[in-house]
Design a protein around this ligand. Structure first.
Ligand SMILES: Cc1cc2nc3c(=O)[nH]c(=O)nc-3n(C[C@H](O)[C@H](O)[C@H](O)COP(=O)(O)OP(=O)(O)OC[C@H]3O[C@@H](n4cnc5c(N)ncnc54)[C@H](O)[C@@H]3O)c2cc1C
Length: 440
């Protein structure tokens, strides 16, 4: 390949890179855009996530702490409008991404987790928060949507939706190809030399670009200057065989996404052919993105046990597929954007395992940054947010491993209705005491 010349080169073909390319071409069709992806577009987490799609209202409390009520409302509203715009894009193009706005249900699975419902109730009366976004549900109201011996009361996020993640990623790829973006898959970038233009090197050639956009998710921690900005952590999913009759038995036929209140979140959904996809947001954490991040049999066994505990009706239903991938955990738990190296290299990262909806907004922000525009997207307070840094190595790896184990064990004890080991609980609360929005 090359040497190629481009107005904008995008590194990473996940939702961040793909939406950036889409919005660049929509804003100015004459912009020459090249996208470089190590794998195939959507080969990373964008093609294999749980498919829960919502904006950033869920993080309203954090956003208020960071930006005040007005800033938090701007981010919440912009993220929600971005989700709606994404739906319109696919509808307009006739691409079926299995979008279902059936609501997202957060359920309490033990008395200790009931406290979280009260926190949501508090949010509903918070200045600026949309009062119709959540409905607090009693245990019997939850059971009308999905029955499990473990479920208690819960909260329904009324605008929560699900999509088929790979259809979204591959659909976007098709759309941007149609708009004239040049895509190079199987092309890992191995160096970026700052400058005007910047020089991007790959094994198969070079690209010279006036602007560069980095949509590297968990791989961002390999960039100089970002090693302590995000930590890669794995998330895994097991997918059952189709069992629509069992879904009817537990009354889960409305298509709602479901999550619990553990810090080591469980998330689950159904598919149109009657399967359950059951995932855990917290696998292992490590500096390197190794094969265990995408494939960890220990987590699959855990998830299968958990699935059968929550839904005894699914005992005997086989597991058809298992997979995982890395997420980019940021200290604040919200994404952040900015420009570096002379101002023509733009980044977006820190989605912390929740990027399906927010990456649409990310693409708007990054395309405007690359076009040098000052607009409603580049003036959002997420742009230029200085992410709190994690401790240096080896403290980071050791600390992340220890706290994750303590958080997991504390969650397990609480879910079983026991109080946790006081020492482990203390370690599990440590990240928050140190100012990170992680753990208990
Ligand atoms: C199992 C799992 C379940 C999830 N479930 C949900 C969910 O239900 N809802 C939700 O909102 N979020 C979920 N997420 C998170 C969500 O998938 C991400 O936040 C989102 O996909 C991030 O998109 P991205 O484009 O920033 O990153 P990615 O999709 O990771 O894209 C980054 C791309 O960069 C490429 N790359 C890396 N290094 C290089 C290089 N040197 N050169 C070129 N390319 C490179 C990678 O191959 C990758 O394709 C989940 C994640 C996982 C792993």
């Amino acid at each position: 390949m090359g040497p190629l010349r481009a107005d904008v080169a995008i590194v990473g073909g996940g939702y961040t890179g793909l939406w950036t390319a889409y919005h660049l071409k929509r804003a100015d069709p004459t912009t020459e855009v090249v996208l470089l992806e190590a794998d195939i577009c959507g080969g990373g987490p964008s093609g294999r996530n749980g498919g829960f799609m919502y904006g950033l209202w869920e993080d309203f409390g954090i956003l208020v702490e960071l930006f005040g009520v007005e800033g938090a409302v701007r981010v919440g509203e912009a993220s929600e409008r971005a989700v709606d715009s994404a739906v319109d894009v696919f509808r307009g193009a006739g691409i079926d991404i299995w979008f279902e706005r059936s609501g997202h249900l957060n359920v309490s699975t033990s008395p200790i987790f009931d406290e979280a419902i009260e926190e949501y109730r508090g949010l509903l009366s918070h200045e600026g928060f949309p009062p119709d976004l959540y409905e607090v549900l009693s245990a019997s109201e939850v059971a009308l949507r999905c029955r499990s011996p473990q479920f208690r009361g819960g909260v329904l996020q009324t605008r929560g939706a699900t999509v088929q993640p790979a259809r979204l990623a591959r659909g976007l790829r098709a759309l941007i190809l149609g708009l004239g973006v040049r895509i190079f898959e199987g092309t890992p970038v191995d160096g970026i030399q700052a400058g005007a233009p910047a020089r991007i090197t790959t094994r198969s050639g070079e690209v010279m670009a006036d602007q560069v956009v980095l949509g590297l998710n968990a791989w961002s921690n390999q960039l100089p200057g970002f090693r302590r900005s995000v930590i890669p952590r794995s998330s895994h999913i097991v997918l059952t065989e189709p069992a629509p009759d069992r879904l009817r038995e537990i009354g889960w036929t409305g298509g709602e996404g479901i999550g619990d209140f553990r810090a080591t979140l469980h998330y689950l959904r159904t598919t149109p052919d009657g399967r359950i996809a059951f995932g855990a947001g917290t696998g292992s954490s490590s500096r390197e993105i190794d094969s265990r991040m995408s494939n960890d049999p220990t987590w699959y066994r855990r998830l299968e046990r958990q699935l059968q505990k929550w839904f005894p009706e699914f005992r005997g239903v086989g597991i058809d597929a298992v997979w995982g991938g890395p997420i980019d955990v940021s200290a604040h738990h919200v994404p952040f954007f900015g420009s570096i190296w002379g101002g023509n290299v733009h980044y977006g990262m820190g989605f912390t395992g929740g990027g399906v909806g927010p990456c649409v907004l990310g693409g708007r922000i990054l395309s405007s940054l690359a076009l040098g525009r000052r607009d409603e997207f580049t003036t959002l307070p997420l742009v230029g947010l200085r992410s709190k840094r994690f401790p240096p190595e080896p403290l980071l790896s050791i600390g992340a491993r220890l706290t994750l184990e303590a958080i997991l064990r504390t969650d397990d004890a609480w879910e079983a209705g026991r109080s946790g080991n006081p020492l482990l609980e203390m370690v599990a609360r440590m990240p928050r005491r140190l100012g990170y929005n992680l753990g208990h």
